[in-house]
Write a protein that binds this ligand. Structure first.
Ligand code: AYL
Length: 532
């Protein structure tokens, strides 16, 4: 029997993301500050933000973009990200969000796979963006540089150029339940990154479901986790906008700058991944800043244990709520959270199923269903989830979709969990091959394919090694071609040349053969057992 969320159902209105965020906004809220640039201090009210979103939608529609088009957005967290992202959605365009750290070949792959007709980037990322776009067959006129323009020396159409000639927001009609809002990339439980098809309703639902986290109108939310990743997109950007909280954008993580923003803007709700939680708990710099405004810290995207949670509380104050969220890009992403008002739920757990979600826990060896116990804690098993926030499927990849989504709508998470009688879940292990470096996805299959493209490498396997700061670091096992002289440094440099920095292989071990099952699957558990 499926386990149902113990939280009351929430209304999921059948509207677009734009309509959900701004359709019911009051005159009072329109005058409030929505977004602050954490670097320059420039503030934008909800009214100005909405007007700019309308203007971007109008400009894009006037250039022929609308329902059926895919546009790639490749930028760090800056206020213009908010305007352009929502302007694109407002125009009916499907947005594929690109990691700001992506290499040119990674950008090319994503553009080609998603069928993007336009890349919107920033001058700081232009070298990778331009090369990536060119190799995907996009012309110079298909690259927009937000802070570019003829007078800047950067070239390309800028955001200011787009808006120079005002156009009213278009009247677009689509079915929010089926129209794709975004295509973020995720490797899911296996293989290489795939386009995750999320509809407007998926995103609207997950904001409504995430209300339990407890962000409210008086909160100030520093946004250092990237908007291009689903955590930043839903839990920072969209949840904060809908609750009328204030976002403070930061384009990259720098601890001193982050602490400075917390102090200066009296930040109240911190959304972090475990490495930032570790810095908050342990770094001496924290003592030099006033962080007394903080009332809650939520960690998500990678394992976060009770001891680190306790260390965060000890440092920031026992009154601070330390929360955890869990989910997957494929679930928009939040399936579990610790509600703000549930102080009885331990911070080292991932909390409860969010409203409207169901789960099943299945023994991966036998397929047998593990029942929720009447008391105590269940045995471990793979988590499967179903709900209004679960993706439609992987773009152009029915095989991967069929492997991940059961015909009855349950999604395989590839994570091993337990549940107790109250419905509190804990993530205890990962069944899938994914490596998480500081909360970012590092798909082993992608690195293995890259390693195999090296003429000196006959076979390769990649696993994650535990690491206190990053969570896990990628390690490669390499079988050299007979007679090849290959060093660890060469292998590391080869990978680093081709991938985003967070995907770098950080150690290499040469072996005679990669251990594999009879069906040819890499036996990662065996490699993990031998790896030091
Ligand atoms: P993706 N504990 C352990 N592992 C986790 C956790 C957690 N709290 N959260 C995510 N993961 C792992 O698509 C897990 O293996 O989405 C999961 O399948 O990049 C995988 O990361 C998904 O990686 C929030 C804030 C959810 C963040 C997120 C997750 C976004 C990461 C709810 O409130």
């Amino acid at each position: 029997m499926a386990i149902r969320s113990p939280l009351p159902d929430v209304e999921i209105p059948p509207v677009s993301v734009y309509e959900y965020l701004f359709g019911t906004i009051t005159d009072d809220d329109l005058e409030r500050v929505a977004v602050v640039d954490g670097v320059s201090g420039e503030a934008t009210t909800f009214r100005a933000l909405r007007d700019r979103i309308d203007a971007v939608a109008g400009a894009l529609a006037a250039r022929g973009f609308g329902v059926g088009d895919v546009v790639a957005l490749h930028a760090p967290n800056v206020p213009a990200y908010v305007t352009v992202f929502h302007g694109l959605l407002r125009a009916g365009v499907t947005v594929t969000t690109v990691n700001a750290l992506s290499s040119a070949p990674e950008i090319t792959k994503q553009l080609a796979d998603s069928g993007a007709r336009l890349l919107i980037t920033v001058s700081a990322l232009l070298p990778a963006g331009e090369a990536g776009a060119r190799d995907a067959g996009l012309g110079d006129d298909q690259v927009v540089v937000l802070d570019g323009g003829p007078d800047t020396g950067v070239g390309h159409t800028s955001l200011a150029d787009l808006l120079a000639d005002p156009h009213p927001a278009p009247d677009v009609t689509f079915d929010p339940a089926t129209h794709l809002a975004v295509l973020p990339y995720s490797s899911g439980t296996t293989g290489r990154p795939k386009g995750v098809m999320l509809t407007h309703t998926n995103l609207v639902a997950n904001v409504a479901q995430s209300m339990a986290i407890g962000v409210g109108r008086d909160d100030v939310v520093p946004c250092v986790l990237p908007f291009f990743h689903i955590y930043g997109m839903t839990v920072l950007l969209n949840l904060a906008l809908r609750t009328r909280a204030r976002l403070v954008t930061l384009p990259r993580f720098d601890l001193a700058q982050y602490l400075g923003v917390i102090q200066e803007h009296r930040a109240t709700f911190l959304f972090v991944a475990p490495p930032i939680a570790l810095a908050l708990a342990k770094h001496p710099l924290v003592d030099s800043y006033d962080v007394t405004s903080v009332r809650a810290v939520l960690s998500g995207a990678a394992p976060f244990g009770e001891s680190l949670a306790g260390a965060v509380r000890a440092r920031l104050g026992e009154h601070v709520r330390v929360l955890q969220g869990y989910g997957m890009t494929e679930m928009s992403p939040v399936s579990h959270c610790i509600p703000f008002d549930r102080a009885d739920i331990p911070s080292g757990s991932v909390g409860l199923l969010v409203a409207g979600m169901e789960a099943r826990i299945v023994d991966p060896a036998t397929g047998a269903e593990i029942e929720q116990p009447a008391d105590g804690v269940s045995g471990p098993g793979e988590l499967l989830c179903r709900g209004p926030n679960v993706m439609v499927g992987y773009l152009g990849n029915p095989e991967a979709t069929a492997e991940t989504l059961e015909p009855d709508g349950f999604l395989h998470t590839g994570d091993i969990v337990t549940v107790d009688a109250r419905g509190v879940f804990e993530v205890v292990d990962r069944l899938k091959e994914l490596i998480k470096y500081k909360g970012y996805q590092v798909p082993p299959a992608e690195l293995e394919a890259l390693l195999l493209s090296h003429p000196g490498i006959a076979d390769a396997a990649v696993i994650g090694l535990p690491d206190e700061e990053a969570g896990e670091i990628p390690k490669a096992f390499v079988v050299p071609v007979a007679g090849a002289s290959l060093t660890e440094a060469e292998v590391i440099a080869f990978v680093a040349e081709h991938v985003a920095p967070y995907k770098k292989v950080r150690s290499v071990e040469f072996i005679d053969a990669v251990p594999k099952s009879a069906s040819g699957k890499i036996l990662r558990k065996d490699l993990r057992a031998t790896a030091g």
